[in-house]
Structure formats: structure tokens, C-alpha cells
Design a protein around this ligand. Structure first.
Ligand SMILES: C[S@@+](CC[C@H](N)C(=O)[O-])C[C@H]1O[C@@H](n2cnc3c(N)ncnc32)[C@H](O)[C@@H]1O
Length: 187
């Protein structure tokens, strides 16, 4: 296994059809997609049938098929932590529930101008679209569930659970600069 990856993160496993169907529903014909950790390319091939171009990164050569690929699917056997994000990527897909490098991937995607991420990493379940623009400053949140755009941490802010109502209990605020960000920036 590559250094710095935990064994779950390095493992190839497919996801269920509902997850793939959601991802495909978010892909637009003019998208240039970056599939981070593409496994055996089963989703990348389907995205290539919809999108303008798909770039698929997978570090385990053994999972990559050897048969012919669609002309708009470009596969790179590489470590996503060090590979440069290609120009023009409009949306990234990170289906990796055990990912421990979310903050690094966000930093690279933002620097490359990518503004949408489809992922199951933040919550470790389900799949969501994350706007990669700046989140609300964590300090400004008034309480309730939060998910950090920068580092991927999720949690519950504030202690006044009594103030929650049926309408606000399920609300999630996309923040930036959460307690985990602050801890990791600490000297
Ligand atoms: C849970 S599998 C998901 C595969 C694919 N996205 C799918 O949904 O069918 C995660 C994949 O990410 C790959 N992976 C994990 N870390 C990686 C990295 N740093 N660079 C490239 N691939 C990575 C693993 O090898 C594995 O194949």
C-alpha cells in the first residue's frame, strides 16, 4: 500500500446503483469531469457517455480494465495526492467514503477553478453535490449541523439544542474554517 493511505482508503469497492444514478443525474453534457479514485472505471465510462470529457485517476493499475475505452475518457494511473488537476475541469467526483485527503483534494480543485464536487466523503454515506465556493464562516453559524467545505468535517455547532425546531433540525450549513480546520492550522 502507498504510504499515507489507510487500508480502507486504498481499497477498491464499487458503490450501489442509486449512488451512480445520482452522480449521473448531476453530470451535464458540457462538463469536463475529474473522477478521483475511479476503480474499474464503471462509473467513469457511464459519465463519459454524458459529459464532454472525463479524466479518471486511479492509483491501482490492477483495477483498471484493458479493453477499449470511449475516446473522451482519459485514464491516468496515478496518485491523486500528487497529480496536477487538468485545466478546464468543471466537476469532480470523489466516491471514497474513507478518504483522509479531502482537504488536499479541495485545495487542488479550487486552485484549478473547479467549483463543483460530487462526493460521499463528508458524511460517509449517501452522496451530495458540494459547491466549492467559500462556505459561511464557522464563527457566524448560529448552531445546528454543519459540513465544512474546506476540510470535510461534519458536526453539530452550539450547545443550545433546545432552540432547534422541526424546521431547523435537519438544516445543514456549509461552513469554512470549522474547529478541525482551526486545529490543523494550529502551530
Ligand atoms: C471505494 S473505490 C471507488 C471506485 C469508483 N469511484 C466507483 O465508485 O466505482 C475508491 C478507489 O479510489 C482509489 N484511490 C484511493 N486513493 C487514491 C489516490 N490517492 N489516488 C488514486 N486513486 C486512489 C482506490 O484505489 C479505489 O480504487
Amino acid at each position: 500500500m502507498k504510504p499515507g493511505l489507510n487500508s480502507w482508503e486504498a481499497m477498491w469497492a464499487p458503490y450501489d446503483e442509486a449512488t451512480y444514478a445520482f452522480v449521473l443525474s448531476q453530470i451535464r453534457p458540457d462538463d469536463v469531469v475529474l473522477d478521483i479514485g475511479a476503480g474499474d472505471l464503471r462509473l467513469a465510462r457511464r459519465m463519459a457517455a454524458v459529459a464532454r470529457r472525463v479524466v479518471a485517476w486511479e492509483m491501482q493499475a490492477g483495477t483498471l480494465p484493458e479493453d477499449a475505452l470511449p475516446g473522451n475518457l482519459h485514464v491516468v494511473c496515478t496518485d491523486a495526492r500528487i497529480q496536477a488537476v487538468p485545466d478546464g475541469v468543471t466537476v469532480a467526483v470523489l466516491l471514497m467514503r474513507h478518504c483522509t485527503h479531502y482537504a488536499l483534494y479541495i485545495e487542488k480543485l479550487r486552485a484549478a477553478g473547479c467549483r463543483r464536487l460530487i462526493t460521499n466523503t463528508r458524511w460517509g454515506m449517501g452522496v451530495e453535490v458540494v459547491d466549492l465556493g467559500p462556505g459561511e464562516p464557522f464563527a457566524a453559524t448560529t448552531g445546528g449541523w454543519y459540513a465544512c467545505r474546506r476540510c470535510g468535517a461534519v458536526g453539530f455547532a452550539g450547545e443550545d439544542a433546545v432552540a432547534l425546531t422541526a424546521e431547523t433540525i435537519d438544516r445543514v450549513t456549509d461552513v469554512e474554517g470549522c474547529p478541525r480546520c482551526a486545529a490543523s492550522n494550529a502551530p
